[in-house]
Every structure is written in structure tokens, then in C-alpha cells.
Unconditional design. Sequence first.
Length: 257
Amino acid sequence: MKIRILGCGSSSGVPVICKGWGKCDPNNEKNRRTRSGILIQKDDKTLLIDAPQELRLQLLKAGTKKIDSVLYTHAHADHILGTEDLRGFTFKSGKPLDIYTDQGTMQTLHRLFSYTFSPYSDDTRWLLHLMPHIIQPFKPFTTNGIEILPIKHPHGPNFSSLGYRIGDFSYNTDLSDITPEAFEALLGVKTLVLDCKGKKKSINNHLTLEKALYWIDKLQVERAYLTHMGYKMDYDTLVKELPSHIRPAYDGMEFEV
Ligand SMILES: [Zn+2]
Ligand SMILES: [Zn+2]
């Protein structure tokens, strides 16, 4: 299976409008971060997790010609507002695109993109057409022959997100902690992509670096990549500070699992 990090920035991306590069070195391209999402390639199937605002640019850069399913983690703007950029795929395939998420996120998608949920017809083939599938946390489901386990995480005090596990790989962004149930679901994962917004202790809706390192250690994964990073997370500084099996992600990064 091949993973591509489409984007690994926090909700504002890096650099941040009106604030700039923060502690990030502007001369290092690995610090230029679009909003977070990944592509998963397994055999001839391509899965997308989340549709960030820069999805069009990210997919053009990746050279993506086909997407078979989309999994959404949650309904925050930086994970869903690129949805309209999926139109090219349904226009090309001539059928609706399967999307998977929990009920709350699906309701928001329906509210924002209601026209995409209407039945496919030849008269509307240039519009985006989505085929919704509501999934339950911790209940495995299969799409395109790939079994996926959704893992529910708290995302601040009043919100939640879904991580996704496929075999011994798991992608988990936008979480503030790992519950015992989620921990159990993550046991045995060898390659983990994990939320890590910054170092500030006051961050309460994401994992801090300290918390991310704690959970990576507890889960004893072979490799971990940090994502959803803010403008105080300089790439080279992190590489120097972190043990060699933990790396900050960067936009366009690819690895096999
Ligand atoms: Zn986010
Ligand atoms: Zn979020």
C-alpha cells in the first residue's frame, strides 16, 4: 500500500495569512503546508481521506486520475471544503463517488453540498455526485475490497473525529486525546500518522508534541509521522529533536506500508 501526504498543515496552513511563517524557516519547502489529507493507493484502488481547501492543487500535483472512495474524518472546514474539487472524477467515471463518514459529518456535507446527493442522471453528469455511506465508530466496513476500521477520537471538549485503520497502518488527525477504546483499536499498528499541532501546553483540541510522543511510545509503533502541524513546528528543528522513527510529515511525502 502506498501513502501520500497531500497536506500536513493545521487549519490555517503554513505560512498563515497575516501572521507569516512563525518559527518555520521560509527557505525550507517542507515547511510550506497545505491543509491535511492523504491518498491511499492499494493495488488499483485509490482512497482519499478528507477534502481540504487545496484539494485541487494537491491532486494535480499528485497526478491523481481516479478516486474510488473518500473517507471523511470530521466536518471542520479544513477537511471538507475541497469536496467540490472531486467533480472531475464523477464526470469522468459517469457514476457517483462513494463517501464514508459518521452521521454528524454526513449531515454537514449534506447541508453544504446538498446538490451532490441528488440521483445521477445524464442531464446532470457534469455535477458532482456523491453516494453517502454512514459508518459507525469501531465497526469495520469494506470499500473496494479494503477493510477499514473507523476509530473515534475526542477533538476538543465538544467535538469528535474519526481515525482510520487499514491493516497495520492508521491515519489519525484532529484529536485531543486517545481514549482506552481507541488505544485498543490502535494496538498492533506499525505505521501511524498522528495529529500534532504544536508544542504549546494550552492547545486543547489537538495533540501537543508532548502528548503525541507519549502515545507513539505507548503504542510502540515502528514508524510515526506527525501531521496537522502549525506554524511553530519547524521541519528541520523537529528532525533534530525527534527519535529517528518519528518524523514530521511534509506535503507530497510518500511512503510504503
Ligand atoms: Zn483540521
Ligand atoms: Zn478539526
